[in-house]
Each structure stands twice: as C-alpha cells, then as structure tokens.
Ligand binder design. Structure first.
Ligand SMILES: Cc1cc2nc3c(=O)[nH]c(=O)nc-3n(C[C@H](O)[C@H](O)[C@H](O)COP(=O)(O)O)c2cc1C
Length: 377
C-alpha cells in the first residue's frame, strides 16, 4: 500500500502542483500510476494518504483544512497535491540560511540561485505589490518610477508577500540590483519590516559596473535590528557558479550543504579536501567510500604528482588552469595533485583546503609518494 502512495505522490512532486493542470490530465496520471504498480486507487486510498500526511509533525496545523485546500468546494487530487506541497515546505525546508532577493530582470536571481544551490538555503523573493513594468525601470527617462523612487530616500514601495519564521534563520543573504549606485528602495522596505537581531546579514548585488559600498552604508544607516552585517559582494551578469562558490568560501558563516569532504594522508601529514560537484568526483567518492585508497604518485613536469586509479571513472573535461592544491582527473583513469600551474582539458575532482603552494610542496616532497584518500565521515 505504501509503495502505491509513494508512486502517486511522486507523480506530483515537481515543485508542487500546477493549478492549470486539468482533471483529465490528473486522471490519466493516476491511470498511468495504477498501470505501473498494478493497483487501482480508491478514494479511501487518497483519504489514507491525506491522513498520513496530516499525521506528520509540521509547523502549520492543516487539520482544519478539511481536505479542501483550494477551497473550490470539492476534494480532489489537487487538494492532495497542495497538502503534500505544504508538508514538504514545512518539514523539509528547515535550513537556517535564507536567501532573500529582489531581481527585476533576472540577473540577481541567477546569483541567488547559485547561493541556494550551494548552501541549501531557503528562499524568499521580494516582489513589489505593484510590479515594476519595463517602463518603470527605463532609467533613461528621468521620471520613470525607479528613478523617482531612487531620488527620494524615504519612499518605501510595498512588498507583495510576507516572510514567515524569520527568527529561524541565522544567516540571511540579501540580494538586489544596484539602482543609481544604491539598493532599490524596496530593499529598505524589506529591512524595516522584520527583526533580524539573531541573524548575520550578508548583502550581494549585481550591477553593470557600480559596487555595493553606497548601498551597504545606506543599509547600515537604516537602523534596523541585525546581529551582524558582513561586507557583501557585487557580481556582474557573467559571474559563474564558481565565482559565487569562491566568495562563499571566504565567509565565516557559510555552510555548504552538499559538500563532500575527504582526507588525504601523505608523508605523515593529514590534509582535508573538498570534492567538486560533478559526476567524476561522486564516482571517486564511491571508490573511497568504504575503504581508503592508497595510490602511488610520481612527479610529472614539475607541476603535479600523478598516480593511476584502480578503475576508470566518468570524465567532465573542461579547460582548467590549475593552481596548487587542485585535485584533477586525467583521462578518466589517473588522479593528480597539482602543486603548480598547468592549463589543460581535464576534470576537476576537488581541491585541498587551506594550503599554500609552499606548504603543499614541502608536504609532498620530491619523487614517488604514497597518498591515501579516504572519505570524511
Ligand atoms: C533604474 C536602474 C538604475 C540602475 N543603476 C545602475 C547603476 O547606478 N550602476 C550600475 O552599474 N548599474 C545600474 N543599473 C543596472 C543594474 O544594476 C543591472 O542591470 C542589474 O544586474 C540588474 O539586476 P536584476 O536583473 O536582478 O534586476 C541600473 C538599472 C536600473 C533598472
């Protein structure tokens, strides 16, 4: 019975439900699932599933919703789907990191998405109650809405939605575009609407060329309550995930949720390394998951130690300019530790944490060395 429930909830697991989905589509999905698991679903099955979902411990009390979550007077699969969405939102999204952003043309949103992806943060998008049209942000027109707002520091455009549970967050990344050298006034509305006294606030922005110093000053001067306000970072529209990841590495608060760490033992030293986020690094992690892997590694071309893997792993080759500490997969069957620069088409497996070139060279020494890789528990 539970397999069947899993199957039916799985069918609607794509970020919640689309209300435009018509009943015929839903009926066909149910029929498909029934075919797959050789079982027909009855209304009782649905009731059981809703009872199961209701029984989960969540912050919001759904018990009075009486199964009709979309209030259309009928109970349907769509209500079930809404319920599942609520349960997921309230039980699984318990990060203590939040990314809040305002983005009118999508550039800041890209950076926000990288931060969310890397840290596993929750998200709140600031949307104006009266949305900004293209004309509103036509800054060559001196009387456009954005320009008028930026010219008046006391304007506070209303925000469409309210953010709940602000107190659950220790770290809040705050993203916005630079408008006339400053934060859009709607950011001031946001900051003045909540109490951030338990949180570290970290601004980030995007712009054509301006930095974020003026906006940071403004934000400080608002006098809103925060635990700590860290210096932020301004990104351009061509910033990459790696740029964002490198910035997060410099922050004292960042926790990278999906990071895989490994230990590297060499010449009596224990180093730690962070594996890259690609299928090659995951395959390497699989090899060292249950028992450490010792590889004999030799110098090559005065820039790396290289040794053979016990088996081939997938390649994600790209043009990389190495630096000391890079761990690289070469031709799918050799692992290298770089202690100097090289540029080639190969795959990043990871990077040794917090080490200088001189320290690494000293530890690796010259000639053949035994290097043992093991996954950190
Ligand atoms: C009203 C307005 C004013 C702007 N002022 C500046 C500015 O002073 N300096 C700058 O480098 N870019 C400025 N820009 C460009 C935006 O900062 C840039 O396109 C930003 O990445 C847009 O972010 P978004 O796509 O998340 O809205 C301005 C854009 C608008 C709409």
């Amino acid at each position: 019975m539970f397999t069947a429930f899993t199957a039916i909830t799985g069918a609607f697991s794509v970020n919640g439900c689309d209300k435009t989905t018509d009943n015929t589509f839903i009926a066909s999905q149910i029929a498909n699932i029934s075919d797959t698991v050789q079982q027909d679903f009855t209304i009782e099955d649905m009731n059981n599933l809703q009872d199961f979902l209701l029984a989960k411990s969540i912050k919001e009390d759904l018990s009075d919703n009486n199964y009709d979550l979309d209030n259309d007077g009928e109970w349907s699969v769509f209500d079930l789907c809404l319920m599942r969405q609520k349960v997921i939102n309230t039980t699984e999204k318990d990060s203590d990191v939040l990314v809040v952003y305002f983005s009118r043309t999508g550039t800041t949103e890209v950076i926000a998405d990288y931060i969310i992806d890397i840290t596993g943060a929750d998200v709140f998008e600031i949307e104006a109650l009266v949305p900004y049209t293209d004309e509103d942000i036509q800054y060559s027109n001196s009387s456009c809405r954005a320009n008028q707002e930026q010219n008046n520091k006391s304007v506070r455009p209303e925000i469409a939605d309210t953010l709940e549970n602000i107190e659950q967050y220790d770290t809040i990344f705050l993203g916005y575009p630079i408008w006339w050298g400053e934060e859009p006034r709607i950011i001031d509305t946001f900051l003045e609407s909540y109490d951030f006294s338990g949180a570290t606030v970290i601004p980030f922005c995007t712009s054509h060329s301006s930095g974020l110093i003026a906006s940071e000053k403004n934000i400080k001067n608002l006098g809103f309550a925060y635990g700590e306000l860290l210096n932020g970072r301004c990104f351009s529209s061509d910033s990459t995930r790696e740029d964002v990841s490198d910035w997060l590495d410099t922050l004292p608060v960042s926790e990278k949720e999906n990071e895989i760490k490994m230990n590297i033992e060499v010449n009596g030293h224990l180093l730690t390394a962070t594996l890259a986020d690609n299928s090659s690094a995951k395959a390497f992690a699989e090899i060292i998951k249950y028992e450490p892997l010792m590889i004999q590694m030799d110098d090559y071309a005065n820039f790396e130690k290289v040794g053979r893997l016990p088996k081939n792993i997938p390649r994600n080759d790209e043009q990389i300019r190495t630096e000391a500490g890079d761990i690289i997969l070469y031709q799918g069957n050799q692992v290298t530790i770089y202690y100097d620069e090289n540029t080639w088409n190969f795959t990043r497996l990871g990077k040794i944490d917090n080490i200088t070139q001189a320290e690494l060279k000293d530890i690796l020494g010259t000639g053949s060395v035994s290097v043992t890789f093991s996954l950190m528990s």
